[in-house]
Design a protein around this ligand. Structure first.
Ligand SMILES: [Zn+2]
Length: 246
């Protein structure tokens, strides 16, 4: 367990430094431009240097304004099911575990780009028990937990977005994620519900579980399973929800 946690912490640090890396490269290049490539080195502040300096301060100010919003914050991303646990109902055509993992990976990329640290409860098709998922979440400081699932209905009628939370401190996160996913998907609103699912009830972080649609529905199922651009849109919506609440 300790080994897993230290691996995950390394992942957090790596993702943070990756998010900062493009900004550092940009500033370094600007500094080099100012130092070596000015055609008018004899002048105190030629136009090119002025423009470069303005850019330098603009980008620095932008970094200072934007990054603290995400810096030092971690999002625990929980892809539902995995391994022998396929998710959904018996004889369901599309595997929930595959859809949730794909969206989780896309969400991780989005959040890393925005400067968040990320921890995945699973990164491949392995079974992780609910207790371990909570242990991973509860080992994080200054973090929120987002569990990704898809819904199923044996009659095939169910369609739309449903989001859950348990503790009071999780309501804002659930509302924000639900609002964004609902807006992006354009499917019916099945509302936000207060439920004591294991990963919500045993989580000390603000935690939400979002059902991003019904894999058993004739319209929503193929869309979620076959369209990578739709899954990307859903991941983007979850990321926006997280960003607005955390
Ligand atoms: Zn599920």
């Amino acid at each position: 367990m300790e080994v897993i946690q230290s691996m995950r912490m390394r992942e957090v640090h790596k993702s943070r430094s990756m998010a900062l890396w493009p900004g550092c490269c940009f500033l370094w290049k600007l500094a080099l431009d100012i130092r070596f490539h000015s055609p008018d080195a004899s002048h105190r502040f030629p136009m090119k240097q002025k423009v470069a300096l303005i850019w330098f301060f603009f980008v620095s100010a932008l970094c200072l304004c934007c990054l603290p919003g995400a810096q030092g914050k971690t999002v625990v991303i929980d892809a539902g099911h995995g391994g022998h646990d396929r998710g959904g109902i018996a004889y369901q055509r599309y595997a929930e575990k595959e859809v949730t993992l794909d969206i989780a990976r896309r969400l991780q990329n989005r959040l890393r780009s925005a400067g968040y640290g990320t921890v995945m409860t699973r990164t491949d098709d392995t079974f992780i028990g609910l207790r371990e998922r909570c242990a991973i979440a509860n080992a994080q400081g200054n973090a929120v937990f987002v569990s990704i699932h898809t819904n199923s209905d044996p009659r095939g009628h169910g369609i739309g977005i449903e989001t859950y939370y348990f503790s009071k401190q999780s309501a804002r996160l659930a509302e924000a994620v639900h609002r964004e996913v609902l807006r992006t998907s354009g499917t019916p609103n099945r509302r936000i519900r207060n439920r004591g699912f294991y990963v919500l009830r045993h989580n000390r972080l603000p935690a939400t579980l979002v059902e991003v649609g019904f894999l058993t529905n004739a319209v929503e199922g193929p869309k979620l399973n076959n369209s990578s651009s739709y899954r990307e849109q859903i991941a983007g919506a979850i990321a926006r929800g997280v960003q607005s609440a955390f």
